[in-house]
Structure formats: structure tokens, C-alpha cells
Design a protein around this ligand. Sequence first.
Ligand SMILES: Nc1ncnc2c1ncn2[C@@H]1O[C@H](COP(=O)(O)OP(=O)(O)OP(=O)(O)O)[C@@H](O)[C@H]1O
Ligand SMILES: [Mg+2]
Length: 279
Amino acid sequence: MPTAPEQNDDAARGAAPDAPVIEFRDVGKRYGDNVVLDGLDFSVRKGDRVTLIGPSGSGKTTILRLVMTLEDATEGYIFVDGEPLTHEERNGRRVELNKKQRKRIRQKIGMVFQQFNLFPNMTVLENIVEAPLHVLGHPRAEVLERAGNLLEKVGLADKADAHPSSLSGGQQQRVAIARALAMDPEILLLDEVTSALDPEIVGEVLGILRTIAEETDITMLLVTHEMQFAKDVSNRVLMFDGGRIIEEAEPEAMFSNPTHERTKSFLRAVLGEDQIGTR
Ligand SMILES: Nc1ncnc2c1ncn2[C@@H]1O[C@H](COP(=O)(O)OP(=O)(O)OP(=O)(O)O)[C@@H](O)[C@H]1O
Ligand SMILES: [Mg+2]
């Protein structure tokens, strides 16, 4: 029986049970003539912790922003839990889905940014409860209890009524992590979350993320220059260059024994000469 396009929505487009949590299929992203991502294929399974590495401008942030629907791909398809995120193929054509679809799927995803991006006019607590209350519509008492637990978890129970501007960078980033977790996300996107922090407080933020990685099965896609952290929490590393994946390996293999020349030179620059190929 033919399905009317109007019906081709939530229920009809049920998630495939065995689908990867995130799948990129032939994804391209251009800004004018600048090809940022080029025929990109990869998938992330439930509970995977995938680190994206690669030179500046290789498209790492763009990938996270596409998953978060802060940008749209210019070609190809992205699936979350087997469901198309922004576009799908219909009768051989690439068709944009309605905005409801991306909004619904985005609720499964949390993102933490390099620059924290907290709402400056709201208190710490308000930052955390805003989306669970007003996007998910969860009951206030439940949301407040969860927010309290999360603030404990990130060590900021005494800062609930503070405004972001009165907090240190490390504290702001811990609020941003709590805010992302308050949505109970299935997927957590982390874009260089320690790059804007003073070296002595990088550890406190990474420590919290390590605990989250250990205690939850949240699927993580992360961009970081903290290679030890990447080694500790991730099970796969993807090396990007020129908008494509040029090498993929488990962290141990990638960092100690990369095979691609470009990966070797990149890691030499990041890790230092003596760390590569010593095994
Ligand atoms: N809004 C935009 N408009 C135009 N070009 C953009 C935009 N956002 C990103 N780009 C370009 O896309 C390319 C990839 O950028 P992206 O931020 O994804 O790189 P990256 O790998 O995250 O780099 P870095 O390690 O420096 O953060 C760059 O050439 C960048 O100039
Ligand atoms: Mg970036």
C-alpha cells in the first residue's frame, strides 16, 4: 500500500533495532567553494567512545555541529538510531525532512563546547533546568532533583545560584557538562572542552568526563588534543585530513604505531617526536 508523504513521519519511520547510533553516509559539507567534508562515511555503535583527531580546519568541529543540527550537510545523509536526521532519499532525490524530526532527534544529543556557551543571564541552576523543563516538559520537582544530583557530581552544589560570570573557566565548563547531562542524552558530543582552560584546571574537567565515561553507557564523539585522555576513554580514534578519514585505529595502536605518513607527522607535532613508533 502506498504511504502518503504526510504519514511518513515519526511512527512510520521507526528506528532500526540494530542500527548504529550515528551513521554518516556519503556526507559532504561545503562553504561556497571550500569543501570541508567530502564523501564521509562512518558509523558509531552504542556505547562507542570515538575520538576525532586531525589538523586545524580538517572538519572535526563541523562533524559535531552536523550531528547537533547546528549546520546541515550539503550532500549525503546522517542517521541517528537508524532515523534520518535532516534529509532522506526519496525516489532518488535528497529531500529535507520537516524541522520536527530534527528537533525530536536532537533531544537525544548533548554537546559541550570549547567556550562553555552558558546562558549568561541565568544562574547555574537555571542553565541546567532550562531545557529539561521547557524543551522536554519534565515535571519541575523531578528536574530540580536531577539538577541537584548533577551539581553534586560536578562538585558545584554550592554554586546553584551563582551566575556564570562569577565562576572560573573550569567551573563554567563543569556547569556546561551538567547542563548537557540534564537532558539524559544518549549521545554526548565534546568539542575540545578543555582547550580554553588553564592547564592546572584541565584535570578536574577531564576527571569528571572520565567518571561519566566509566559510569554510563553514553555514546561519545569527542574532539580533543589531550591524547592521554583520548587513550583512557575512547575505544576508536579517527584521523581526519582534507575532509576525509585517512586512518582509523584503537587508541593504543593509533598513538604508538600510526601507519599513514600524515598521521605520523600530525602526532609528532602534537605528542612530540619521541612518543611515536617506539614500539
Ligand atoms: N560558518 C562557516 N563558514 C565558512 N567556513 C566555515 C564555517 N565553519 C567552518 N568553516 C570552515 O570549515 C573548515 C573546517 O572547520 P572546522 O571548524 O570543522 O575544523 P576543525 O577540524 O574543528 O579545526 P580546529 O582544530 O581548528 O578546531 C575550515 O576551513 C573552516 O574555515
Ligand atoms: Mg574545531
